[in-house]
Design a protein around this ligand. Structure first.
Ligand SMILES: [Zn+2]
Ligand SMILES: [Zn+2]
Length: 212
């Protein structure tokens, strides 16, 4: 009856409240972040603690906006920018996980969530700021689950990886395409997108192998 259902829901809610919130990067790629410090757990009670972990561990290194080479120091980066001839403009092929200054500004903005927002919803807000191309209807749970560590290795894992990385890659490729050839897009767009999807597969497999 309704009364025991309510009790059950109350029990479930308090059980979830006792659970620790997980690192979003770990939830998105447990295969990689199980080896990082404090990403695989034990976790945090509050979203602002999760954010503190993000600022400490997941800020993006300096990256050349032309060739996407990452740099550890400003000096090295400046040297690289001054080289003559300059580096080639490339599509970003390297998976360098981390968030940009812009994303950090959004994470630090307090206006985004109202005080009555639950910590699960706040965690999901953080997740969608970090991974704006991910499917909002299929976000991972904010908690650590046994399945996270089980779902490791093998080609089944690759299909998860493909689903995760494909949307952002396709968007990038389309951006490049529209830049170059806006005029004749109607005639050429469809076969080119199909070709692109085929050609992305080996690239994605290589990225998958390098993503540990
Ligand atoms: Zn982490
Ligand atoms: Zn460069």
């Amino acid at each position: 009856d309704g009364d025991s259902r309510r009790r059950k829901r109350a029990r479930l809610t308090s059980a979830n409240e006792a659970k620790k919130l997980a690192c979003p990067y770990y939830k998105r790629n447990p295969r990689k972040y199980s080896k990082w410090t404090s990403c695989p757990g034990p976790g945090w009670d509050e979203v602002h603690r999760v954010k503190a972990h993000l600022y400490k561990r997941h800020t993006l290194p300096l990256q050349c906006p032309r060739c996407w080479e990452p740099f550890r120091s400003e000096a090295r980066f400046r040297e690289h920018l001054q080289q003559d001839p300059p580096c080639a403009v490339l599509a970003n092929q390297k998976i360098v996980d981390g968030f940009t200054k812009e994303q950090e500004k959004m994470l630090r903005s307090r206006r985004r969530s109202r005080p009555e927002t639950s910590r699960v919803d706040k965690w999901k807000e953080v997740y969608t700021i970090l991974f704006p191309d991910d499917d909002v209807d299929n976000l991972p749970s904010p908690y650590y689950e046994t399945i996270d560590s089980d779902a490791r290795g093998g080609i089944g894992d690759y299909s998860v990886f493909l689903r995760r990385e494909m949307p952002a890659l396709v968007r990038q490729e389309l951006d490049l395409m529209f830049q170059d050839e806006l005029q004749d897009m109607e005639v050429t767009l469809r076969p080119r997108i199909e070709q692109m999807m085929i050609e992305l597969q080996p690239r994605l497999l290589r990225m998958f192998q390098e993503s540990e």
